[in-house]
Design a protein around this ligand. Structure first.
Ligand code: GLC
Length: 705
């Protein structure tokens, strides 16, 4: 018997053998199953070879753990597939096969490569679309999953190595609607602290107090606006989490005070691996309270991470998460501002797979055993929750957490960086589609290591990467131990000058960025968007991987190759202003643009209303002052949001909203909410390669172009 469901926008038919067909209201097929197959997983094959025996003896719950489920969906009208979180390669996933199994890629071969499937993060959500419609499929299953978009079959297949066939179909008239609806399901980023949208400087490792303060001084002396400095693993005593090496960081608190005086915030790394050492409080307590992951014999599992023998907290349980969260109190008391969670796939150097064996287990809230093969992909997610909730209790500010490993929903707790890339041009280019697909997967607070992590970088690469990274939602320069330094001043005067120019450009757009985050926190909208996000009716945008939109109105076309000073740029339909010269370009076609080393092609859509900041060294240095830039040509309306950028007071309505309406030659500016005091605002009108500035305007007035 066929079952039918009728919705407002779609109708669904389900056959007895579980095949699903989805139609729009005109009866057109949107999605159609060809097959649903159950098979014994590879993992179980080694243990049980008698399928019938499994059928007869196992209970329903146990069967779920044994059978893999694969769904084949007919490839109908789709021209592009996107999403799936953190994947290297071109943006369109058509003709690709990939897997989700959170993996520490360092030491894997190849790393950050389109032939490598499993990355640090797993988000089993994809979007199918053409010019007229779009849908999303979110497979709510934490087992190892695989997705085949016409690589090994003529259709789309997805498979999980266990669990339920439990997926959500999200229909929207366009990609933006699908992403927003997916975000309603899995949550949105919380409005971040504004200072954590600034430039961040990291290295494995700044080794002692002197070096940290030296980096802070150099950032200020060299006039590099910056807000955050990181301590990598060497600040700890023997890599024991929640300890500080008191020899190299003698007066830690004085150091953080000094950093704060200079306007810096400090983030320290915390890995999940707890050193196995009797007498080390964190280990003793975890052992005693039974908070550590166990192996198949019920013994605490011991793997290897930086401290050598290490065991891993079982964050699946709230009790363990609360204990872990509370451990941060000491660091926060020492003046630490944010936490960086790394190695949380979870990474284990003692196994060939670089993660703990699938036979280890965790215990859930109900005291039930959960095999690693089921919960592996959730490890980083639950650590991020533990860290976020812990910080929220301890600090008065919005917590900042950065994670390497994540799954669907982690965007609610933590920013994410794409792990260990290399200082090679391919990884500069690859970061764009990686971050765009993350954005389409509901993860907007993302970035890649600017300058590249592994290997030695060079000045030209750093320049081009900083130009691009200035538009990453999360903007951090980071490099590996023993590589040459790659701070902005490391390659001489010219590189310093250009990197400074682009970091300053980021700060001039930091309120614009903050407003994009506000939108993302309410709707799930990505910050970095592929062109088709706003121009889906133009199929020329479907495969563009080397350009993106920063919000709706700013188009970035980075230089992604060495010794390259010219590139082709696709401008979608409409008129576009060159950001630097004001020259206007007709869109709907490709243009060729020169871009010397100090030039990054940026275009602003006509009709755009952009909020800019006046110069600053860091967030909070002084009361911010703004410019509202008008790019005439189309009518438009924007609402700008302002708050303290730091606390949760905005939840108590302490914020302001200014509405700007561009109507032919009229610019109406209105206060919508004014609970938070906004600094001075100038109005800048762009016209014929010139600008006209009206200083210190009054809000609630109408101006004319
Ligand atoms: C991992 C991280 C990297 C960090 C290093 C040492 O490789 O991905 O960012 O610097 O560990 O902690």
């Amino acid at each position: 018997m066929q079952r039918s469901l009728k919705g407002r926008k779609i109708d669904i038919k389900i056959t007895d053998d579980l095949l699903v067909k989805i139609f729009d209201k005109l009866g057109n097929i949107i999605l159609e199953d060809l097959a649903v197959e159950f098979s014994v997983t590879e993992f179980q094959k080694n243990k049980v070879n008698d399928l019938e025996n499994i059928e007869n003896t196992l209970s329903g719950e146990e069967k779920k753990k044994v059978f893999a489920i694969e769904v084949e969906k007919k490839l109908n009208w789709e021209k592009g597939f996107y999403g799936l979180g953190e994947k290297y390669g071109y943006i369109n996933l058509m003709d690709r096969y990939t897997e989700n199994w959170n993996t520490d890629v360092l030491g894997m071969s190849p790393i950050h490569h389109s032939a490598h499937n499993a990355y640090h993060t797993s988000i089993p959500f994809y979007i199918g679309m053409n010019e007229e419609k779009a849908y999303g499929v979110y497979y709510d299953n934490s087992y190892r999953t695989s997705f085949d978009f016409k690589k090994y079959s003529d259709n789309v297949k997805f498979k999980a190595e266990g669990g339920d066939l439990d997926y959500y179909f999200i229909y929207g008239k366009n990609v933006a609607k699908v992403v927003e609806n997916y975000s309603q399901l899995t949550g949105t980023v919380k409005l971040p602290r504004k200072d954590f949208l600034g430039y961040q400087q990291c290295r494995w490792s700044y080794m002692d107090t002197e070096e940290v303060l030296d980096i802070a001084n150099k950032l200020r002396e060299n006039d590099i606006p910056s807000d955050v400095i990181y301590l990598d693993i060497d600040y700890m005593q023997d890599y024991k989490v929640f300890t500080v090496d008191s020899k190299r960081f003698k007066e830690f608190k004085k150091m953080t005070e000094k950093l704060h005086e200079m306007g810096f915030k400090l983030v320290v790394i915390i890995d999940p691996g707890v050193k196995v050492e009797k007498g080390y409080e964190v280990y003793d307590e975890a052992k005693e309270k039974d908070y550590l992951i166990k192996d198949e014999n019920g013994e605490v599992y011991v793997g290897k991470v930086w401290p050598g023998d290490s065991s891993f907290p079982d964050y699946l349980r709230k009790e363990v998460r609360e204990w872990w969260g509370e451990l941060h109190r000491g660091l926060i008391d020492l003046g630490v501002d944010g936490i960086w969670n790394d190695m949380n796939e979870v990474s284990d150097m003692s196994t060939a797979t670089k993660t703990i064996p699938e036979t280890t287990y965790q215990i859930d809230e109900n005291g039930e055993k959960r095999l690693q093969k089921e919960v592996h992909n959730l490890y980083g997610h639950y650590e991020a929750i533990a860290t976020y909730e812990g910080l929220k209790k301890i600090q008065n500010t919005r917590p900042f957490v950065l994670t390497r490993s994540a799954s669907a929903g982690t965007q609610r707790y933590s920013a994410l960086w794409t792990g260990d890339n290399s200082s090679v041009w391919e990884h500069l280019e690859g970061s764009i589609s990686m971050l765009l697909n993350l954005g389409l997967s509901g993860y907007s607070y993302v970035g890649s290591d600017i300058g590249g992590f592994i290997e030695d970088g060079n000045g030209e690469l750093l320049v081009r990467w900083t130009q691009l990274g200035a538009f990453y939602p999360f903007c951090r320069n980071h490099s590996v131990m023993n590589s040459i330094y790659q701070e902005p001043w490391a390659f001489g005067e010219e590189v310093l000058k250009i990197t400074r120019k682009y970091i300053k450009l980021r700060y001039s757009l930091i309120s614009h960025l903050y407003n994009l985050f506000r939108e993302s926190s309410t709707k799930g909208t990505p910050i970095m968007r592929p062109l088709f996000y706003h121009y889906q009716n133009d199929s020329k945008t479907f495969n563009i991987t080397d350009q993106f939109l920063f919000g709706e109105d700013i188009l970035i076309a980075p230089i992604i190759r060495p010794k390259t000073e010219t590139r082709m740029i696709y401008l979608p339909v409409g008129v576009w202003y060159d950001y630097f010269t004001g020259e206007k370009y007709q869109g709907g076609k490709y243009i060729i643009k020169d871009a010397k080393l100090d030039e990054l092609p940026i275009f602003v859509k006509e009709g755009a209303i952009i909020l800019k900041n006046k110069e600053m060294n860091y967030i909070g240095e002084k009361k911010e002052e703004y410019e509202i830039h008008i790019y005439p040509g189309q009518n438009n309306e924007k609402e700008f949001y302002f708050d303290d950028g730091l606390t949760f007071n905005y939840e108590k309505e302490e914020y302001s909203l200014i509405n700007v309406k561009l109507n032919d030659d009229k610019i109406e500016i209105k206060n919508v909410v004014d609970t938070y005091k906004v600094g001075d605002v100038d109005l800048v009108i762009h016209r014929d390669k010139k600008t006209n500035t009206i200083k210190n305007i009054s809000i609630d007035r109408t101006y004319y172009i």
